[in-house]
Design a protein around this ligand. Structure first.
Ligand code: 2DT
Length: 213
């Protein structure tokens, strides 16, 4: 009898714009690969799908959509990835994800949409095993080169997104990562949390399709 492999962990990095998520996802992936953990990464929005192309048009301001319509497209973009993510995790590969449902909620709540309404379309999605919230004062991000090029890069808006991330994190066991430090220090901190999670979950149990439930 062949035993099924121990399933992979769904590791999520969240945070406001320019908190270094993309850099940290790449470093974490490299570090876990070196430690011989099967690992892959993914980011949302996934702009490669039909839904993702519409989202990309919206983000680059080529397309205008109602706030609720774009919110539902972001959610659909996560739902359409579920089967592929499930397969990858069940094969024993960890997935490091750059943004997910919390971004969906935080950015739409920052536009003024009600929290419950924002959460509803994502109810029952695959739940992450570990959430790392990269956090820093918005003034630090706003001093980075190129700030203001993206649709959402405005200080007042990002302040509201940050505050929503904080509200979401208080109800859950998220790890708050102080992102205003040098890249290797932040990486070491993240890797420590991830290694602890991997060690803790010698048997991570079945996948949970109960996000926000
Ligand atoms: P990147 O710059 O990280 O590609 O993000 N966003 C993202 C939402 O408004 N809702 C969502 O559900 C997700 C996943 C955050 C592009 C922008 O899209 C926002 C920034």
């Amino acid at each position: 009898m062949t035993l099924a492999p121990r399933r992979g962990l769904f590791i999520l990095l969240e945070g406001c714009d320019r908190t270094g998520k993309t850099t940290q996802v790449a470093l974490l992936k490299e570090a876990l690969s070196k430690l011989e953990h099967p690992v892959t990464s993914k980011r949302f929005p996934d702009r490669s799908t039909t839904v993702g192309k519409a989202i990309d048009g919206y983000l680059s301001s080529a397309l205008n959509l109602e706030d609720r319509a774009i919110h539902l497209l972001f959610s659909a973009n996560r739902w359409e990835a579920v089967q592929e993510m499930k397969r990858t995790l069940m094969e024993g590969t960890h997935i490091i994800v750059d943004r997910y449902s919390a971004s969906g909620i935080a950015y739409s709540v920052a536009k003024g949409l009600p929290l419950d309404w924002c959460r509803d379309p994502d109810r029952g999605l695959l739940r992450p095993d570990l959430v790392l919230l990269l956090d820093q004062p918005i003034s630090i991000a706003a001093n980075r080169d190129g700030w203001g090029e993206e649709r959402y890069e405005r200080v007042d808006f990002q302040e509201r997104v940050r505050s929503c991330f904080h509200d979401l994190s208080t109800h859950q066991d998220w790890k708050l990562i102080e992102a205003a430090r040098d890249i290797p220090t932040v990486h070491t901190d993240i890797l420590r949390h991830v290694q602890e999670a991997i060690q803790r979950s010698s048997d991570p149990g079945p996948l949970s399709f109960d996000l926000w439930q």
